[in-house]
Design a protein around this ligand. Structure first.
Ligand code: ATP
Length: 190
C-alpha cells in the first residue's frame, strides 16, 4: 500500500487542497492520500486557527464517500510542534508494510532544506511535488526521490475563505457544500 501524505493546517479545507489530493490519489502510483491535519502548536496559539477536531471534521466531511482520500489525525497525539521526519518515523513503525510518500507544493520543496533532518527525509522517502506558478521550486527537485507533477491549480487559499466568512461573503464552490453547512452550523470563522 503506497500512501501519499498531504500535510497542512486545512483552516479550512478548500477545493484547491481537494483537487491536489485527488490528482495525486488518482494519477500517480499512490493507492491513497491521507490529508494530515496539523494540530495547533500550544506555544503559538493563533485566534484565527480553528480547533484541531473542527478542522479534522471539516476534512472528513469534504472527503466523505471518496475511497481514495481520508482525513488523518495522526499528529494530534504526537509531541508538538510536529516535525515531518518524526511523523514519518512514527507512521513507518505503526504501519511497517506501507510505503509513505510526501506530497508538497513547489513552494514547500523550495524551503525543504530548512526542515529538521531534511536529508534523512530525501534519502528515505519519495516526494511528489506539484508546481505552483509563483514559486521557483529550487534545486532539491533534481533529487532522485523527487517527482514533479503538473496538477491543475486553483488560485484559492484558506486565508481568503476566512476573510470572506468574516465579511459575510459567499464561499460557495470554493469549499464543498457539506463543509459550508458545518462551518455555518458551528459558527466557525465568523
Ligand atoms: P492559509 O491561507 O491559511 O495559509 P492554505 O490554503 O495555504 O492556508 P494550508 O493548510 O497551509 O492551506 O495548505 C496545506 C497545503 O496545501 C500546503 O502545502 C499549501 O502549500 C497547499 N495549498 C494551499 N492552497 C493551495 C492551492 N490553492 N493549490 C494547491 N495547493 C495549495
Amino acid at each position: 500500500m503506497k500512501i501519499g501524505l498531504f500535510f497542512g493546517s486545512f483552516n479550512p479545507v478548500h477545493v484547491g487542497h481537494l483537487i491536489i489530493a485527488n490528482f495525486m490519489a488518482t494519477r500517480t502510483d499512490l493507492d491513497r492520500v491521507w490529508v494530515v491535519v496539523s494540530p495547533q502548536n500550544p506555544l503559538k496559539k493563533k485566534a484565527s486557527l480553528a480547533g484541531d477536531y473542527d478542522r479534522l471534521n471539516l476534512v472528513r466531511l469534504a472527503t466523505e464517500g471518496n475511497p481514495d482520500i481520508e482525513a488523518s489525525d495522526i499528529e494530534f497525539a504526537l509531541p508538538k510542534p510536529s516535525y515531518t521526519i518524526d511523523t514519518l518515523t512514527y507512521l513507518q513503525e505503526k504501519y511497517p508494510t506501507y510505503k509513505f510518500v510526501l506530497i508538497m507544493g513547489g513552494d514547500n520543496i523550495a524551503t525543504l532544506h530548512k526542515w529538521k533532518n531534511y536529508e534523512q527525509i530525501l534519502d528515505n522517502y519519495e516526494i511528489y511535488v506539484y508546481q505552483r506558478p509563483d514559486y521557483a521550486p529550487g534545486e532539491l527537485v533534481e533529487r532522485d526521490n523527487v517527482h514533479v507533477y503538473e496538477a491543475p491549480l486553483m488560485q484559492i487559499s484558506a486565508t481568503f475563505i476566512r476573510k470572506s466568512l468574516r465579511e459575510g461573503k459567499s464561499i460557495r464552490y470554493m469549499v464543498p457544500d457539506a463543509v459550508i453547512d458545518e462551518i455555518m452550523a458551528s459558527h466557525l470563522y465568523q
